[in-house]
Design a protein around this ligand. Structure first.
Ligand SMILES: Nc1ncnc2c1ncn2[C@@H]1O[C@H](COP(=O)(O)OP(=O)(O)OP(=O)(O)O)[C@@H](O)[C@H]1O
Length: 464
């Protein structure tokens, strides 16, 4: 991980994000710098303060997308938080630490998922064995069931496990083999079997609510969950579903949660990325009136986390020194210099993201790996309908998006989502019934569907 050079990172980001070259370069450098500092002798490493990034740009121009893609590219845990949420009523200072806890949670999920994938083959094998055990109980695990029952129920072939005259043990093994073969052939998938599963319905823990304990990231449920005996219940499920349940259970047993925790915490500390959106809304000093927490207060609470401190989580202490913070905001009203100086100093890399032009919109519609047009084409393909967009249709869509953004509110590329949704609404509704399976969308089609809304400003406020 993180072996990518800045140029390679930018090239990868180019696959998903149009334009915004400077922002892409900055995040690529920041990432590489982390990798560089890891290779330094400890003494110097301690001295180098990681540089965080401040992205300045209007809404919907790719700020979050760049950060999220970057994280995905290097498989780093990522969380997005709205800085404004900390100014809400009911906020207590410690809440800002929740962003670090969320990051660790994400990291745990990612590491666990990786480990689960690693043990999947083994877990599947064990799961299948448990199903065989159900049909031919050796008296150890799954609750026994008369192997003949299913024969009568399912009307399947004779079971050789009870061959006359054969010894008990070999007969058992022959029986298991026979069931195993049938299981592998897939013919038992629909068969219903009764298995024991953990009852996950939670007892009510309401008495702790609001006591502030949740803020510490300590979950009473988790704590008591380990002390209280696990409730179990019997359920009738198909073999296919039983296998899914067993695979999860077996995989869970195969992975070492202590190791997962250790790795996940280390990854969060060294590679985690926290995206702090709407930072401009907490810029400003002094106290705001009303019940809201002062904006400066929130900045002061965020500061130690960005500067590097230790946050207590249920997975142990987490150091924030090397977490990469990317703050973002439009800064229409306030300026970065309205942030408290200490916080400004922690975000020395400033990048401006530009407004998206009509040409950008055209590219965004068609080029990224997950481009909107591609998404809709695939979606309708599932109904056997082939839609295609002529070049002038794309041009008209980009033009409309720019126009509506200018007329109503500039929401950047998000406008393309609403416009395309409206454009294809009828088609999406009629799709299962339409006779004509090939639809070409041209400029005229776009105009017919969208113009009536665009010219009516009141309407476009609501619909586009
Ligand atoms: N330059 C771009 N290239 C491709 N897609 C883009 C671009 N800018 C925005 N988008 C798309 O528009 C949507 C919104 O973008 P994004 O979430 O990055 O906005 P943002 O700049 O972070 O705004 P906000 O601060 O309001 O969250 C996403 O679906 C994203 O894929």
């Amino acid at each position: 991980m993180q072996e990518l050079t800045p140029k390679q990172i930018v090239a990868e980001l180019d696959k998903f994000i149009i334009g915004q070259r400077q922002a892409k370069k900055s995040v690529a450098i920041a990432l590489r710098n982390r990798w560089r500092s890891k290779r330094l002798p400890d003494a110097i490493k301690e001295e180098i303060i990681p540089k965080n990034i401040l992205m300045i740009g209007p809404t919907g121009v790719g700020k979050t997308e760049i950060a999220r893609r970057l994280a995905k590219l290097v498989n780093a845990p990522f969380v997005k938080v709205e800085a404004t949420k900390f100014t809400e009523i009911g906020y207590v200072g410690r809440d800002v630490e929740s962003m670090v806890r969320d990051l660790v949670e994400t990291s745990i999920r990612m590491v666990k998922q990786d480990k689960m994938t690693e043990v999947m083959d083994k877990a599947r094998e064990l799961a299948n064995e448990r199903i065989v055990e159900y049909f031919v109980p050796s008296g150890k695990k799954e609750s026994p069931r008369n192997p003949f029952e299913i024969l009568f129920a399912g009307g399947t072939a004779a079971n050789p496990s009870k061959q006359e005259g054969s010894e008990e043990e070999p007969a058992l093994e022959t029986g298991r083999k026979w069931w195993r073969t049938r299981l592998e052939s897939g013919e038992l998938e629909e068969e219903l079997i009764e298995i024991t599963v953990e009852d996950n319905s939670q007892p009510v823990m309401g008495m702790f609510a609001g006591s502030g304990i949740e803020e510490m990231g300590i979950n009473i449920q988790d704590m008591l969950g380990n002390l209280l005996p696990k409730k179990q219940k019997r359920r009738k499920v198909s073999v296919a579903n039983a296998r899914k349940i067993f695979i999860q259970e077996e995989a869970q047993k195969l992975i070492d949660m202590d190791e997962v925790t250790m790795q996940a915490v280390a990854i969060a500390e060294n590679s985690g990325i926290i995206f702090l959106d709407e930072i401009d809304k907490i810029a400003g000093r002094g106290h705001s009136s009303g019940p809201d927490v002062s904006r400066e207060g929130v900045q002061r609470d965020i500061l130690p986390i960005v500067e590097g401190s230790t946050v207590v989580t249920k997975y142990g202490p987490v150091k924030t020194d090397h977490i990469l913070f990317i703050a973002a905001g439009a800064f229409h009203v306030s300026k970065p210099s309205d942030l408290i100086p200490e916080l400004q100093g922690r975000f020395p890399i400033r990048v401006e993201l530009t407004n998206l032009s009509k040409e950008d919109f055209k590219q965004i519609l068609t080029e990224p790996a997950n481009a909107l047009i591609k998404q809709y084409v695939s979606l309708l393909e599932t109904e056997g309908i082939a839609i295609s967009f002529s070049e002038d249709a794309i041009d008209e869509l980009a033009e409309t998006a720019s126009k509506v953004n200018a007329q109503t509110e500039n929401i950047g590329a998000r406008r393309l989502h609403t416009i395309l949704e409206k454009l294809l609404e009828d088609l999406a509704y009629e799709a299962p019934d339409v006779k004509e399976k090939t639809v070409t969308i041209d400029r005229l089609y776009v105009k017919q569907k969208l113009d009536p809304i665009v010219v009516n400003q009141d309407l476009s406020h609501f619909i586009l």
